[in-house]
Design a protein around this ligand. Structure first.
Ligand code: CA
Length: 425
């Protein structure tokens, strides 16, 4: 449905002024009448349709076990949030390199504030570690990433009533419609459970709530009451929020006493084709291939199964990832996010920045640039396959062959500088 802006009195003022200057007052009056029809009829129609939807959604809520009183109370006076709808379109593809992201989110301020939070909350973090076996530094790192240790919760431009956001997504959220409906039912269940009332159930435009930004389904599955007041209050209780995060990581398979990964140094002439995130090998095998920790120490537990991740190819840091890296990704399924959480956790513990620098001035390619690279490789006989803008195994192999031929480390990384070199050749 197209968005019909509601004219405010202020935006109407110029029309009024110009109407007065029109000699044929009747024509001017008609224009204004037509405008009023637009103003009043369309939004009223849209409002009727929205109210009708709210009434009809009751059937789904009822089927999910929600009581009439909870439903009516939650839905009372809820209006469509156009800003939420607008967010669903705002998914432009950014090709920001992971290192720009890391620099922004693992900032000195965030490290400093996190160390302060570790000190402030030491007793409860000790209890959380004892109960769920999850490293306190990782729990606090997630807290820092999700809400800047709760600071974001006071930002009223970001935090909005969850029911209103989810109703808006469920009604008119495009590809977020099903997500909105599912999360709305889950949110009503939270209200019915009595953990929070609608006025205090605040979250992001997509319904992520509280200190550690749980969406309602995650909340229902994993949130815990850790301070013992009978409510799972991830908005107001730091013990509840942090314990809920630890409970979630624990249920996702967190392996106690282990880290998320190791920064490693790859040997000269390393076969980058081994860097496949779906292909795990024991640490002992990587060591045999000449892969070493940058810290110089040996790998503990040589039998741990790990995979190689080199987000910037041969010109940046490389990592061997353990099971806990994938557990962090259950929170947010992006390598960049999990790398940031893992690294922030290490920094909070007193660890250093990565040893290897990220490449300066380089970045991954967007779809159009990838297509250009594919056709350039094809033209030179490197058989990158279909020019589709997707980096599959064939394109990667073609890049490696080209890199080998020109004497570069064959990492298969489709980067901006490599494209520039191909264009210049
Ligand atoms: Ca509580």
């Amino acid at each position: 449905m197209p968005f019909i802006p509601r004219f405010t009195l202020r935006s109407l003022a110029p029309f009024r002024a110009s109407a007065k200057r029109v000699p044929l007052r009747r024509a001017g009056a008609m224009t204004i009448a037509a405008l009023f029809a637009l103003m009043l009829f369309e939004p009223a129609h849209a409002q009727a349709s929205f109210d009708g939807w709210k009434r009809s959604f009751w059937r789904q809520a009822y089927a999910a076990g929600i009581s009439r009183a909870i439903y009516d109370n939650a839905m009372h006076g809820v209006t469509l949030d156009r800003e939420v709808i607008a967010k669903t379109d705002n998914q432009a593809e950014f090709v920001k390199p992971v290192w720009d992201y890391l620099e922004r989110v693992v900032s000195d301020t965030r490290i400093e504030n996190g160390r302060e939070k570790l000190r402030e909350n030491a007793p409860v973090l000790y209890q959380i570690e004892k109960s769920f076996g999850v490293d306190r530094h990782v729990v606090v790192a997630i807290w820092g990433m999700e809400s800047a240790y709760g600071a974001v919760l006071d930002n009223h431009k970001i935090m909005r009533p969850v029911v209103r956001s989810l109703v808006s997504l469920a009604y008119d959220g495009g590809r977020y419609k099903n997500f909105g409906r599912k999360q709305l039912i889950a949110a009503l269940k939270i209200l019915q459970h009595g953990d929070v009332d609608p006025a205090h159930m605040m979250g992001s435009w997509a319904g992520a709530m509280g200190h550690t930004q749980f969406i309602p389904t995650t909340y229902n599955a994993y949130a815990v009451d850790f301070d013992g007041d009978g409510k799972r209050d991830i908005w107001g209780s730091i013990p509840d929020a942090l314990a809920s995060t630890a409970a979630y990581l624990n249920s996702s398979g967190w392996e106690p006493g282990k880290t998320w990964g190791y920064e490693v140094k790859l040997p000269h002439g390393f076969n980058y084709a081994l860097g496949d995130t779906r292909k795990k090998r024991p640490l002992a095998e990587w060591a045999k291939l000449g892969v070493r920790r940058t810290e110089g120490r040996n790998f503990p537990r040589p039998s741990d199964e790990v995979y190689l991740l080199a987000p910037a190819g041969a010109k940046g840091p490389a990592f061997l990832m353990l099971k806990n890296f994938d557990v962090i990704k259950r929170y947010n399924n992006a390598d960049s996010y999990a790398l940031a959480v893992g690294h922030l956790a290490d920094r909070l513990r007193g660890g250093d920045a990565f040893v290897r620098n990220w490449p300066d001035g380089d970045r991954p390619l967007n779809d159009d640039e990838t297509k250009r690279m594919q056709s350039l490789l094809n033209r030179r006989g490197y058989e990158a396959g279909t020019v589709d803008g997707k980096i599959g195994s064939q394109t990667r192999a073609a890049i490696r062959s080209y890199q080998r031929d020109v004497g570069m480390a064959p990492d298969g990384f489709a980067s901006f500088l490599l494209l520039k070199q191909l264009q210049g050749d």
